[in-house]
Design a protein around this ligand. Structure first.
Ligand code: NDP
Ligand code: 8X3
Length: 253
């Protein structure tokens, strides 16, 4: 894999940031996106200083199709030769039984995890047709099973699973490959966001076992992106050793 352009949504934290670091360390130019502008510019500086690569920060909210289109249309021509799209931006908001769920949390998860992924894909696929590129969708173990109080988050990740399968079929004529990576419990800012800034509650999620780290998922994404042209890794479930699936996590507390 020679120097290529990688487009990553949600690169201001967690898996997206680790993917940006991993691909940049291997000589690839990166388009990093997210809503937190300061973090985007800090990361651009850091990646360009450490590696001899170029980084293009694009600040937009994946829930807003017009903002996605404006940002993507603003990219200089030479940045449109995108080889890999990593649809990573996403979140869980809250953890409640279905009858107690907050409607605005539901909207945020559906708009980000499903509609955001669709909007960005729609806008980037025309470039991938030219490069015969790769889409990596970040699903979850919550795409495979439903756990108590996970209702709407699990539904959005089941949708990511369905959309990954659908993309894989519909994009065959263009030789665009589609990989879905489904991580289990990983210590990122995910739980801090889910519990709306409650750091204690977020920390408790990862007590009693060794979780995945963002770098573990970046390694996997890089492996998938560096297979020979005739090989497509369709689906990859990665959990901490202490986790069997979305429902079974062994904690030694
Ligand atoms: P983090 O909270 O650490 O990172 C999430 C990233 O998504 C941030 O860069 C954030 O950027 C971006 N993002 C969120 N909402 C939006 C939005 N509306 N528009 C643009 N960007 C957005 O979480 P993770 O790295 O853990 O999560 C990444 C993906 O992995 C998500 O899809 C998540 O569902 C999935 N996942 C996470 C697991 C875990 O246990 N951590 C396990 C399985 C899957 P900003 O706020 O700057 O916009
Ligand atoms: C994030 C992991 O277990 O909270 O997708 O659903 S989990």
């Amino acid at each position: 894999m020679n120097n290529q352009i990688i487009f990553i949504t949600g690169a201001t934290a967690g898996f997206g940031k680790a993917c940006a670091e991993k691909f940049a360390a291997n000589g690839h130019d990166i388009i990093i996106t997210g809503r937190r502008k300061d973090r985007l510019y800090e990361l651009q500086k850091e990646l360009e200083e450490k590696n001899s690569v170029k980084v293009l920060p694009l600040e937009f909210d994946v829930r807003d199709f017009f903002a996605c289109r404006k940002a993507i249309n603003s990219m200089p021509e030479e940045w449109k030769n995108i080889a890999v799209l990593i649809n990573n931006a996403g979140l869980a908001m809250g953890l409640s039984p279905i009858d107690e769920g907050d409607i605005s949390d539901w909207d945020t998860m559906i708009d980000t995890n499903i509609k955001g992924l669709l909007y960005v894909s729609k806008l980037i696929i025309p470039f991938l047709k030219k490069t015969k590129g790769l889409i990596i969708n970040i699903g979850s173990t919550a795409a495979k099973d439903v756990y108590p109080k996970g209702n709407v988050y699990c539904a959005t990740k089941h949708a990511v699973e369905a959309l990954s399968k659908a993309m894989r079929i519909d994009l065959l004529p263009y030789e665009i490959k589609v990989t879905a990576i489904h991580p289990g419990a990983a210590e990122t800012e995910f739980s801090l966001v889910r519990f709306k800034g409650d750091a204690e509650k977020a920390k408790d999620v990862y007590k009693g076992f060794t979780p995945l780290y963002a770098e573990d998922i970046a390694e996997a994404a890089y492996f998938c992106a560096t297979r020979p042209a005739h090989v497509c890794i369709n689906d990859l479930v990665i959990t901490p050793a202490a986790q069997a699936n979305a429902l079974h996590l062994y904690k030694s507390l």
